[in-house]
Design a protein around this ligand. Structure first.
Ligand code: ADP
Length: 468
């Protein structure tokens, strides 16, 4: 179990980010070290060679001006002042004979030091580095031709330079270990912080059980990406919650509202079956069952349409359309019904077409529902007025009537599914028309508002010009 836990830790993004951070951090540190190291080596090298060359030049002038005795004395003095273990000087003849040299005692171990240079002929000085058997540190040599085939050779130990470089390596190594520990810790903390939003989303998702879609991830401003993730996740939860409540509502509706008409249809069939004997009565029963079933089918269709529109499952078939034309068509469609009831329909519209982006069929259905209600709930002799207007936000359609009005207590509920006002119980209806109308208008980004008194009602539909 422990090893399983460890494997899953190694697979976490926090761990991988930390590794990345450490990788980049150590590569950069090493690169800086290398650059400084190369620069330091080359600088020390140049410095040593310049010093060797200057000294060789001084000895050459001395030899030329004052001869071998003065050179020998200067070799001894200079070697003592710099340290006989650090440098030595020698003058070698063309035959390879040592003509003058500083104190060489410290340079003979384990056997007499032979510089044995692969001398280049010519007059130019040459530099070379050699290792001494049994000694850790190398030496740097300059071989300077003077005159008559003689050569001045100066050797200096590179102990100081090599120690400096060693110390640099040691110091950098220690600093690198400390930096890697701190960097690793910092990387881990940063990665952990960056991942904390994701972790919270995961925790909420895990906790969100079958009946607990009310939970939301709190926004902690952990950066744009995490904020976007939190928003998207919360939106998704909200959608799931609304779909579930939609489903719940449909189930409730089916249980309460559909039971009555189904029981009624069943009752008609049962009574006929038990008490009727002639074919005519069976025919009547069949006709009633068909009518009742048709109503039921329509009701179920409307219920599904509302649920799908409300939950956003439905895709509107949006085109550019003239809203005035839709209202005009609705008025024409309902003219015969209004005439039958001796209700006048007035239409007030702007002289030019008013374009909105919408689903033609669904908007026609909204206008038909509202106009149907206005005529249905207005007593004979009354009137219904339709007006269309435009403002900066969009288009408004007002459908007002001189009917019975809606009680104040009913107004907040008339858009609920199956809700029917007390005053309208005697009129036929399902209580679904306004719910569907509002769902469709909301899906278009608009709204429906009501104003009502006991002298009539006015429904105002507002639609935005551009659908968001
Ligand atoms: P239905 O008309 O089938 O009952 P609706 O959803 O269309 O269902 O309307 C819901 C309720 O709102 C109606 O039962 C009625 O009480 C009230 N209502 C709607 N329109 C009007 C209106 N123009 N005048 C008075 N009451 C109305």
């Amino acid at each position: 179990m422990f090893s399983k836990k460890r494997t899953s830790f190694l697979r976490t993004t926090t761990f991988r980010l930390t590794l990345w951070f450490l990788g980049v951090f150590s590569t950069l540190s090493l690169a800086v070290f290398m650059v400084v190291y190369v620069f330091l080596v080359s600088h020390l090298h140049d410095q040593t060679d310049t010093e060797l060359l200057d000294t060789a030049k001084e000895f050459t002038s001395l030899y030329k001006e004052r001869g071998i005795t003065a050179l020998q004395a200067e070799f001894t003095r200079e070697a003592e002042s710099r340290g006989t273990g650090r440098v030595f000087f020698e003058l070698v003849s063309s035959a390879g004979k040592l003509s003058a040299a500083s104190d060489m005692r410290l340079w003979t171990h384990p056997k007499p030091l032979s510089l044995a240079p692969p001398e280049r002929s010519g007059t130019q000085p040459s530099f070379y580095t050699i290792s001494r058997p049994g000694h850790r540190h190398k030496i740097r040599v300059i071989s300077m031709p003077v005159m008559d085939g003689n050569i001045i050779r100066i050797a200096t130990s590179l102990k100081g330079d090599e120690r400096l470089l060693e110390r640099y390596r040691e110091t950098f190594g220690t600093a690198l270990v400390i930096m890697l520990i701190c960097g690793g810790l910092m990387g881990w903390l940063l990665a952990k912080k960056a991942m904390s939003g994701v972790k919270r989303v995961t925790e909420t998702a895990t906790k969100t059980g079958r009946h607990d879609f009310g939970k939301r991830v709190t926004l902690a401003d952990e950066g744009e990406e995490i904020n976007a993730l939190v928003y998207a996740f919360n939106n998704m939860l909200e959608r799931i919650e609304s779909l579930i409540s939609e489903l719940q509502q449909i189930t409730d509706n089916i249980a309460h509202e559909l039971r009555t008409p189904v029981t009624r249809i069943r009752g008609i069939a049962e009574t006929t079956l038990k008490s009727s004997e002639n074919l005519e009565e069976f025919r009547e029963m069949a006709a009633s069952v068909i009518d009742g079933s048709d109503d039921l089918i329509e009701m179920i269709g409307t219920m599904l349409e509302i649920a799908k529109t409300d939950s956003g499952v439905i895709k509107l078939d949006v085109t550019q359309l003239d809203i005035c034309k839709i209202i005009e068509d609705a008025a024409d469609l309902f003219a015969p019904v209004a005439e039958d009831k001796r209700i006048k329909i007035f239409l007030e519209k702007p002289p030019r077409p008013l374009t909105v982006h919408g689903d033609r069929q669904r908007l026609q259905r909204v206008m038909a529902n509202l106009l149907d209600n206005a005529i249905k709930y207005t007593p004979s002799g009354g009137s219904v007025s339709l007006s269309i207007a435009e403002d900066t936000a969009g288009v408004t359609v007002r459908i007002s009537d001189t009917g019975m009005g809606i009680d104040e207590k009913d107004i907040p509920h008339v858009f609920d599914r199956f809700y029917r006002g007390d005053k309208s119980r005697s009129t036929t209806g399902t209580g679904l028309g306004l719910s569907l109308a509002l769902a469709i208008i909301r899906a278009h980004g608009g709204d429906i508002t009501i104003k009502s008194t006991n002298r009539g009602s006015a429904f105002t539909v507002s639609l935005p010009k551009e659908r968001s």
